[in-house]
Design a protein around this ligand. Structure first.
Ligand code: KDG
Length: 311
């Protein structure tokens, strides 16, 4: 029995040296992908994480495979696909705010994943399944597979954590994005929207009202991420704000994945909700201090040092 199962699309990331991709001359190679970032973060904390994906039979697919292997993520279900390519992502370098993002991922190997690739999860029976709103956006097959895992989590009483990770550029239209993401959110146990995402999904702007909306749909724990202001957390009998950590931001991408690592690991370690969200804020903060999408995710020692204020 593994601790966590997740699946999604990993990409080779080329991070440019200027504030626009157009003007960048030098690009540094990293590996990206929300669910992969979460898997890496959890593996660094010592969890047994199964990450499922499909990679192209190309240099980038092999590069990603070797990268994940080194991180000790369980990749026994990862497949290579010789008829599709590995996805690629570009991002610019911004001093302030979110970078510009551009993808080459249409018809990628990962977008050809379907529910039959996830049959193994039934036998695996993990404690937690983690899903994001990116995977259902990349193809109809991956959308179906995402709903399949959400249903399986319900049937087998597996905790489902869900990060909406809205990527409007991957959806046909906003109405479909909101409908699909809310359907998945309503079936999750722990929902992790950013405040701007939650505004798009609900039309509400106050964290308390947003949390109440999802709790009334059956979600057990709602954590609204507020960036520099920390997070608002709510479940049936408790709700409060938790402050963030003040750090020097190098790049904001991957903060939400770091946050999810803190939530999932806190739940798995049996921490209180307050301690769990504090850990989530800490890992999110550690991630934004680095240029890649997962290079700031800590091991236990670094996390404890950070929490003690040593760093
Ligand atoms: O959450 C960080 C991700 O945005 C990044 O690593 C790439 O998965 C990614 C995406 O689809 O944007």
């Amino acid at each position: 029995m593994s601790d966590v199962v997740t699946f999604g699309e990993p990409m080779v990331l080329f991070a440019g040296d200027r504030s626009e991709i157009y003007n960048s001359d030098q690009f540094t190679k990293y590996v990206a992908g929300s669910e992969l970032n979460v898997s890496i973060g959890l593996a660094r904390l010592g969890y047994d994480v199964i990450y499922m994906t499909k990679l192209g039979e190309d240099p980038f697919g092999h590069y990603i495979y070797d990268f994940i292997k080194k991180e000790k993520v369980n990749i026994s279900h990862v497949k290579f696909d010789s008829s599709h390519l590995t996805g690629i992502m570009f991002k610019s370098k911004r001093e302030n705010g979110d970078p510009e993002i551009f993808y080459f991922r249409k018809h990628s190997a990962a977008s050809s994943m379907n529910r039959s690739d996830l049959e193994f999860v039934k036998k695996e029976n993990p404690k937690i399944i983690h899903l994001t709103g990116i995977t259902p956006a990349i193809s109809n097959d991956t959308k179906d597979a995402t709903f399949y895992l959400a249903k399986l989590a319900k049937e087998k009483n597996i905790t489902l954590t869900f990060d909406p990770n809205l990527r409007p550029q991957l959806w046909k239209d906003k109405t479909e994005m909101v409908r699909v993401i809310n359907d998945l959110a309503f079936s999750s146990d722990v929902f992790l929207p950013g405040i701007k995402e939650a505004e798009i999904l609900t039309g509400l702007s106050e964290p308390q009202k947003i949390a109440q909306f999802y709790l009334s749909k059956g979600v057990r724990i709602v954590v609204v991420k507020l960036g520099e202001k920390g997070a608002f957390v709510a479940k049936s009998n408790e709700s409060y704000f938790i402050n963030s950590f003040s750090v020097k931001v190098i790049d904001t991408v991957g903060a939400g994945d770091g946050f999810a690592v803190g939530i999932i690991s806190g739940l798995a370690d049996g921490l209180s909700l307050r301690e769990t969200v504090t850990r989530a804020n800490a890992i999110g903060a550690m991630q934004v201090m680095t240029p890649g999408d997962n290079d700031g995710l800590p091991n236990r020692e670094k996390l404890e040092e950070f929490l003690r204020g040593v760093v």
